[in-house]
Ligand binder design. Structure first.
Ligand code: GDP
Ligand code: MG
Length: 357
């Protein structure tokens, strides 16, 4: 019996060309589909724990902060205090490994944002962790030493801006939806300030959700009216004064135990910000997400990949919290990066997915 027949998921994931007519597809050819354990189903149902690996996909419109989030993820997972337990990150291939090394250097040593994605491609890593000793550790999962051990595959079909714009005529758009359909959990990044200016995210989200729903319908994985996925909705660039000052004005922030601002009710903040950014399509985004995913499977976060600027002893000076300044028209990171709610959405998805088993 092959490894796949025994229920093991391949790592690294494989993108296979598919022939037309296997399932509802756009007119553009060639078509691509992610290799999944049961190729005939097309999209896996919520996963069983035995031998099956959880897959988390990253999603967001151009410039929402995907590349920077990816670059910060391993740094967040391996945070020295062990706030998220202990994690090992294994790249699926040379390209994913090179990205990890180069982007970590850019963020921490060169102090600049990773260069914008130029070529479309699948980046993928295997995260193997142990939550023991962290606040996420669960005792009720059993008494064995392995009760808090988690493993998931994290991937993104990173594409340059614009590639997502036409989901119906663009092969990359279709590949991106196939990739999301084959994930168990989704991280959706949303930049509210950019959305207030161009309204692109709503158009992109709506198109992707329509395509995703059709794929899941064809594969029989819809849960009543809902998509089967867990989703973490992250308002990105929370360190940006435009976002953070609004949050403070609306009284949504508190100082957390490390002296860093936290948002105790991120879902309330999301809805309030949608009203505050009067005329933006953010409210429609909230509505589209709530009608597509089961309420128990939606998690909200206020996220910053680079985090706030901190004082030497730790803690954030609310008069000087910004961690970005402009040098010759280019954004430069001021000091050490302190990823904020980058690993938390991933863990919320993992624990949410695990609860269903
Ligand atoms: N202030 C702030 N800006 C960010 C953050 N993440 C990304 N950005 C800005 O947004 C730009 C686009 O981010 P990028 O990760 O390339 O977005 P992508 O197109 O979704 O991959 C970056 O060049 C930064 O200027 C963040 O955490 N904080
Ligand atoms: Mg990018």
């Amino acid at each position: 019996m092959s490894a796949e027949e025994q229920g093991e998921v391949r790592f690294p994931p494989e993108l296979r060309p598919t022939t037309r007519g296997e399932e509802p597809q756009a007119e553009s050819a060639p078509q691509w589909r992610e290799a999944v354990p049961d190729a005939s189903a097309g999209v896996p149902a919520p996963r069983r724990p035995t031998g099956d690996r959880v897959r988390i996909g990253l999603w967001g419109s151009p410039t929402s902060g995907k590349t920077t989030f990816l670059a910060a993820l391993r740094l967040a997972a391996q945070e020295p205090s062990g706030a998220y337990g202990r994690w090992q990150v294994v790249a699926a291939d040379d390209v994913s490994e090179a990205f990890l090394i180069q982007s970590s250097r850019e963020l921490t040593i060169d102090r600049r944002f990773p260069v914008a994605t130029r070529e479309s491609g699948l980046l993928s890593w295997l995260f193997r962790g142990d939550l023991t000793g962290s606040r996420y550790a669960r005792k009720r999962f059993g008494r064995s030493r392995r009760a808090n051990q988690l493993e998931f595959e994290f991937s993104v079909l990173d594409a340059p801006g614009g590639h997502y714009e036409d989901l119906y005529q663009n092969v990359d758009g279709d590949r991106a939806t196939a990739h999301l359909a084959a994930s168990t959990g989704l991280i959706y990044l949303f930049d509210p300030m950019r959305e207030a200016v161009d309204g692109d995210s709503f158009a992109y989200l709506n198109g992707t959700l329509a395509r995703l729903t059709r794929r899941c319908m064809a594969a029989g994985t819809l849960d009543g009216p809902y998509l089967p996925h867990h989703i973490a909705v992250c308002v990105t660039k929370f360190d940006d004064p435009e976002v953070f000052e609004r949050a403070r004005r609306g009284n949504w922030t508190e100082l957390g135990p490390q002296g860093t601002p936290v948002v105790p009710d991120p879902e309330g903040f999301f809805d309030w910000l949608a009203q505050d950014l009067h005329g933006s399509t953010m409210e429609l985004i909230g509505r589209a997400i709530r009608s597509s995913f089961h309420p128990s499977r939606i998690h909200f976060f206020a996220t910053s990949a680079i985090g706030f600027s901190t004082r030497p002893g730790g803690g954030v000076d609310l008069g000087r919290f910004g961690n970005v300044h402009q040098v010759g028209g280019e954004p430069q990171i001021l000091g050490a990066i302190n990823p904020h709610n980058v690993m938390d959405p991933v863990i919320a998805l993992l624990l949410g997915i695990k609860k269903r088993w």
